[in-house]
Write a protein that binds this ligand. Structure first.
Ligand code: HEM
Length: 331
């Protein structure tokens, strides 16, 4: 994760002082590199550009709500309505199948692919077969790539507008790691940097809305809810609710200091969901976002473009419309 951020900084240095960068695209490139390194064998034997393109096609299909979803038509209609996404899925499955086959023959290297290959069901002792392994890897890629890139994009935007907070992050990184590359122990100690990421995904949750199909008749807040009802959980609105948060629209990472977090209702803060389907990648994503943010902030200051109006738009994930243009100041 740190290496991917350092490689991005090196690319930025080549672009030079004052370069205009689309930070949304830059963050996606970094998180994609992390996926290659942790889940796709470092990209060996993979056409990286084709893979990146197909992942985008696949995510765009997932990201569109079609009539098939709302009317609960059978899955094949969804596929028929999105041939590009379907082709991307076939491509990605074959790509990961080939990688899994190769990795089964190679010695372990300690990445996520190995962890999943070694994982054993605690009750049955069963391990994953190739199809289950491939589908898990593809799910991680789809769920973990853009979400983390967006968390970083919004973090850098908020820091760009708040030089004092950016200076606090930089001071923390210097105090914890000096000039050296960050280690995993350093990342765990970057508590204020972590609070910045936590605050960024409060204001701009990568997934601003969750949906559920009600499995049985029940009630919520005194209202009867019938089996089969479609329910939306508005994460974005909950995160800015005046009864749950002081000064809810302000960027203030100190609200995640332990003293202020104590006593906050668990479901006031849902960037990673909650309950049995809570994000399985939460720890991975937070570690990744903190490691990358800390590395970037120490090498560069990014200034938001004053002429660009930031409009968050929701496409399942919440992204800045037209990207996130920022000006590079090297440090
Ligand atoms: C900042 C980054 C991330 C955010 C904001 C995020 C957010 C979420 C949310 C809100 C859910 C719950 C969806 C629901 O209940 O309907 C979820 C589920 C999930 N996430 Fe993440 N996620 C992030 C990063 C990741 C990463 C890095 C991975 C994988 C390495 C990942 C893998 C998953 C998976 C597999 C699920 C489904 C879990 C299940 O249904 O049991 N996520 N995520």
């Amino acid at each position: 994760m740190v290496a991917a951020a350092e490689a991005a900084l090196a690319r930025w240095r080549e672009r030079g002082e004052g370069a205009r960068l689309d930070i949304a695209t830059e963050m996606t490139a970094i998180t994609f590199q992390v996926i290659l390194d942790t889940m796709l064998s470092g990209g060996e034997g993979i056409d990286v550009e084709a893979a990146a393109r197909k992942i985008t096609d696949y995510l765009e299909t997932l990201g569109k709500i079609t009539p098939a979803d709302l009317l609960q038509w059978p899955t094949w209609t969804r596929v028929a309505l999105a041939p590009r996404g379907q082709r991307a899925m076939v491509f990605l499955k074959a790509m990961v199948d080939r990688m899994v086959e190769r990795r089964r023959r190679e010695p372990p290297r300690g990445d996520l692919v190995d962890l999943l290959m070694q994982a054993q069901d605690p009750e049955s002792g069963r391990r994953m077969d190739d199809v289950l392994l491939r589908d898990n890897l593809l799910t991680f890629i789809a769920a973990g790539h853009e979400t983390t890139a967006l968390a970083l994009t919004w973090s850098l935007y908020l820091l760009g507008r708040d030089p004092e907070t950016a200076a606090r992050v930089r001071a923390e990184v210097a105090q914890v790691a000096g000039e050296a590359s960050l280690t995993d122990a350093d990342v765990a100690r970057l508590t204020f940097t972590r609070q910045v990421v936590q605050e960024a995904v409060r204001l701009y949750p990568s997934l601003p809305l969750m949906s559920r199909m009600c499995a049985e008749d029940t009630e919520a807040g005194g209202h009867p809810v019938a089996k089969g009802t479609f329910i939306f959980i508005p994460i974005y609105a909950i995160h800015r609710h005046r009864r749950l948060w002081r000064d809810p629209d302000a960027f203030d990472p100190d609200r995640f200091a332990p003293s202020e977090s104590a006593g906050r209702p668990r479901f006031a803060y849902l960037p990673f969901g909650g309950g049995p389907r809570v994000c399985i990648g939460q720890a991975f994503a937070l570690t990744e976002a903190v490691a990358i943010l800390a590395t970037l902030v120490r090498g560069a200051t990014l200034e938001p473009d004053p002429g660009h109006r930031i409009r968050p738009v929701m496409r399942v994930s919440m992204r800045p419309q037209g990207g996130m243009p920022m000006t590079l100041r090297l440090r």
